[in-house]
Design a binder for this molecule. Structure first.
Ligand SMILES: *[C@@H]1O[C@H](CO)[C@@H](O)[C@H](O)[C@H]1NC(C)=O
Ligand SMILES: *[C@@H]1O[C@H](CO)[C@@H](O)[C@H](O)[C@H]1NC(C)=O
Ligand SMILES: *[C@@H]1O[C@H](CO)[C@@H](O)[C@H](O)[C@H]1NC(C)=O
Ligand SMILES: *[C@@H]1O[C@H](CO)[C@@H](O)[C@H](O)[C@H]1NC(C)=O
Ligand SMILES: *[C@@H]1O[C@H](CO)[C@@H](O)[C@H](O)[C@H]1NC(C)=O
Ligand SMILES: *[C@@H]1O[C@H](CO)[C@@H](O)[C@H](O)[C@H]1NC(C)=O
Ligand SMILES: [Cu+2]
Length: 343
């Protein structure tokens, strides 16, 4: 009996030791208000480290990340690690009043993120009231050193984080909606990496731009942090090959556009195989319930090289706002988006 106990203790000790095979990383998140100007107006928003979107966390499969959250803002806050399974570790996963108490103004708390088999793109966001409208960022889980991607190695990895902007204070938008019981006011813009793109007023210089070399393959790490909408996304003249979603690899498939649910992530490859020029990538919502803006956010793909850029990049034709047609590639994209998890 005694022998068995010793035997099992030893076994558990060894298993426990083996399970923690990753590194322990540490990151500092300072919650603070910061002034930002978008669409002809400025306001103060809640941010992490003054950045919008917030910093990207890079880790490898099986790592543990400890994030020291220091709350220098005037709001209660928690951060949720979206899509991290957190085996046997729900204690600091973020949903305020569910898995943990909010972190009060002027205090700090270290949130522990235990990665297990996640690989690819995930993200983090505030998980109290509507603060995730501005408090969010990417969590990139890279393969372990020496492991390869199961797809061609991209020349570069580009984050595409879809978001939303309200000209009003989001606390007001939330308060009004809750008080009236009707739909929340629609946002004034959708965003790609915090920028609305030049189809919106006063936004010529507020456009995310990325340079690509002819012939190379690129990986887009897409995250949908739009509050409630499935979003269509497409690059003019370039197909997209989906290779991952929600921190798992997928069997690759190619489509002209993707539909991404709120909370979902999709990793896609594209090849810069078109005439060197400037091309828009664009995103706009799919028509579901509720009150939301029928507007389009854009970013620009710029080929390197010596050529005369068009005065306006080519705009992709996105599916109709109310598109319900089950085309071949569309139904695949829609199925993938159905897997999007709620917050
Ligand atoms: C923060 O949360 C505590 C309870 O955890 C509550 O008593 C307090 O009023 C909240 N503060 C703010 C600024 O919302
Ligand atoms: C968190 O607050 C405690 C108590 O005020 C302080 O001792 C500690 O250094 C702080 N930690 C960080 C990471 O700022
Ligand atoms: C919401 O929209 C209504 C109607 O346009 C407007 O009167 C109100 O000021 C808006 N509220 C906020 C918080 O922007
Ligand atoms: C995109 O894929 C479709 C269907 O496979 C194909 O017909 C089309 O030529 C491709 N377009 C580009 C730009 O590669
Ligand atoms: C959405 O906007 C597009 C382009 O401005 C317009 O053609 C379309 O009719 C709008 N759809 C709805 C449902 O408002
Ligand atoms: C770019 O192309 C133009 C016209 O073909 C040529 O005059 C110019 O020297 C080229 N510039 C460079 C940097 O190669
Ligand atoms: Cu979430």
């Amino acid at each position: 009996m005694k022998f068995l106990i010793v035997y099992f203790s030893l076994l558990f000790f060894i298993c426990g030791f083996v399970a923690v095979h990753g590194k322990i990383l540490r990151q500092r998140f300072v919650l603070q208000d910061a002034p930002y100007t978008r669409l002809c107006g400025s306001k103060s928003i809640l941010t992490v480290n003054g950045k919008f979107p917030g910093p990207t966390i890079y880790a490898r499969v099986g790592d543990t990340v400890i994030v020291d959250v220091i709350n220098r803002a005037s709001e209660n806050i928690t951060i949720h690690w979206h899509g991290v399974k957190q085996p046997r570790n729900p204690w600091s996963d973020g949903p305020a009043y569910i898995t943990q108490c909010p972190i009060r103004p002027g205090t700090n708390f270290s949130q522990r993120i235990v990665l297990s088999d996640e690989i690819g793109t995930l993200w983090w966001h505030a998980h109290i009231e509507w603060f995730r409208a501005t408090v969010y960022g990417a969590l990139v889980v890279l393969p372990n050193l020496g492991d390869q991607y199961p797809f061609p190695k991209p020349a570069a990895e580009i984050p595409i984080i879809l978001g939303e902007w309200w000209n009003s204070d989001i606390r007001e938008v939330l308060r009004e909606g809750l008080q009236s019981g009707s739909d929340f006011n629609a946002s004034n813009a959708f965003l790609i990496n915090g920028q609305p793109g030049d189809l919106y007023p006063c936004s010529n210089s507020d456009t995310f731009k990325v340079k690509v070399d002819s012939g190379k393959t690129y990986l887009l790490r897409m995250i949908n942090n739009v509050m409630n909408n499935i979003m269509f996304f497409k690059i003019a003249n370039h197909n997209l090959t989906v290779v991952g979603s929600d921190a798992a690899y997928t069997k690759p498939f190619t489509a002209e556009y993707v539909a991404i649910s709120p909370g979902q992530t999709i990793d896609v490859l594209f090849v810069a195989n078109q005439q060197p020029s400037h091309y828009y990538m664009a995103s706009r919502p799919h028509n579901v319930a509720g009150n939301f803006a029928n507007t389009t956010t854009t970013a620009i793909l710029e080929y390197t090289g010596n050529y005369t850029a068009p005065s306006s990049p080519l705009l992709p034709t996105l599916p109709d706002f109310a598109d319900e047609v089950p085309l071949q590639f569309h139904s695949t994209a829609a199925k993938l988006s159905d897997r999007g998890s709620p917050h």
